[in-house]
Design a protein around this ligand. Structure first.
Ligand SMILES: *[C@@H]1O[C@H](CO)[C@@H](O)[C@H](O)[C@H]1NC(C)=O
Ligand SMILES: *[C@@H]1O[C@H](CO)[C@@H](O)[C@H](O)[C@H]1NC(C)=O
Ligand SMILES: *[C@@H]1O[C@H](CO)[C@@H](O)[C@H](O)[C@H]1NC(C)=O
Ligand SMILES: *[C@@H]1O[C@H](CO)[C@@H](O)[C@H](O)[C@H]1NC(C)=O
Length: 337
């Protein structure tokens, strides 16, 4: 009896061992093949921790080596943005992992940066943005991941809510401590414009080419902003109630001031920024409700934001240059269906 039992145990263990070997082999295999295609055709969302994807590309990952802190290269300067990106010319970097994650190979970056982009029907801008921003961020020695948050359906666009969702979804993958919320059509024109967080929330799109590099009004806080995790929690994120164009950025500004912080901007030369010209998207008409909402911004901020965020996750797709999260964000409170 004793012998038979241990034989059964042995059999079980062998089966388990073989099975786990198979999984390892499969993982190795999927690393090599066209992962985009794989992830699109599976119904299950792929949510491997970013740590997994990072470790696949960092040759020091499994060695006992202490890396030095990263420093900025000395030759940062004006950046040559390419707007005409040929269809087959994708930015290539052997070390970059799927999902648009990258970190420096030979040093430790102190900030772990999630770049969150609100999105619907702007494939051509996304392509240009990715093509220019990956080299830009890598030049700045950033440890970063790109999250494109796509709103499902045709209801009015809710940029701010998508950004809140991006914050939450990114944190499921990696312990990001800096969040840069960026529109898909805004690209910096100078590498000294550091895509980093600072001691205060930072406004990074105040010198746009389309406005002659001038700040339109003093409290403008749109386009691209950077918050540490603590700063973003302190303001309870964005409001979820702004459907359609405008107002959510002014609301965020009021939150920052109400929470006792200031906003920061770098000088206009370094901050020169390109806005890719385009027509207003359908589904993003002016929000008629933004004025009344703004009047109550300070009173609303602790009940409307990250702590009241409600959405339905649909799927995540790991593309080579970015992670796209498709979500159902519901409908404006006043629309019946
Ligand atoms: C990856 O797969 C997608 C979808 O099938 C395809 O469009 C694309 O050309 C493939 N890319 C490569 C590099 O094979
Ligand atoms: C790894 O690094 C730690 C701390 O530096 C050291 O104590 C340990 O002996 C190292 N282990 C190996 C296998 O080198
Ligand atoms: C790296 O940066 C951290 C945080 O600023 C600091 O505590 C640490 O001493 C630095 N390490 C080196 C080797 O400079
Ligand atoms: C929001 O939450 C309610 C339940 O509290 C749920 O019925 C509704 O579907 C949610 N909406 C979204 C967009 O997830």
């Amino acid at each position: 009896m004793g012998y038979q039992n241990s034989f059964k145990v042995f059999l079980c263990l062998s089966v388990i061992f073989l099975f786990s070997m198979k999984i390892m082999v499969l993982e190795k295999y999927f690393e090599k093949i066209n992962f985009t295609a794989f992830s699109i055709h599976t119904t299950k969302p792929i949510r491997k921790g970013a740590h997994y994807w990072f470790s696949q590309t960092n040759k020091h990952a499994n060695k006992n080596i202490t890396l030095p802190n990263c420093t900025l290269p000395p030759d940062l300067g004006p950046y040559n943005i390419q707007l005409n990106v040929p269809l087959d010319n994708e930015f290539k970097n052997e070390r970059m992992s799927f999902g648009g994650h990258n970190k420096p190979e030979n040093c430790i970056a102190l900030q772990k940066i999630a770049i969150v982009i609100p999105f619907r029907n702007r494939e051509s801008h996304l392509k240009i943005w990715l093509h220019n921003m990956h080299p830009f961020l890598q030049k700045q020695q950033a440890d970063y991941g790109i999250y494109v948050i796509e709103q499902h359906g045709n209801l009015p666009f809710n940029r701010a809510k998508l950004l809140n969702i991006g914050y939450k979804e990114a944190l499921k993958e990696y312990d990001y401590n800096c969040f840069i919320f960026s529109d898909v059509d805004i690209i910096p024109m100078d590498q000294r414009n550091l895509y980093r967080c600072s001691t205060n929330p930072k406004h990074m799109a105040h010198a746009l080419d389309k406005f002659n590099f001038r700040l339109l009004y003093a409290t403008l806080f749109g386009g691209v902003v950077a918050f540490t995790k603590e700063q973003f929690l302190k303001v309870n994120g964005f409001s979820n109630l702004f459907w359609g164009w405008g107002g959510e950025d002014d609301d965020l500004y009021k939150r920052v001031i109400t929470a006792g912080m200031q906003i920061e901007r770098m000088n206009n030369i370094i901050s020169k920024t390109k806005a890719i010209p385009h027509k207003r998207d359908p589904g993003n008409e002016d929000n008629p409700k933004s004025e009344p909402l703004l009047e109550k911004a300070a009173r609303r901020m602790y009940t409307d934001g990250l702590n009241s965020l409600n959405y339905t996750f649909i799927r995540v797709m790991k593309h080579r240059l970015y992670t796209k999260v498709l979500v159902d964000i519901g409908k404006p409170e006043n629309i019946e269906q």
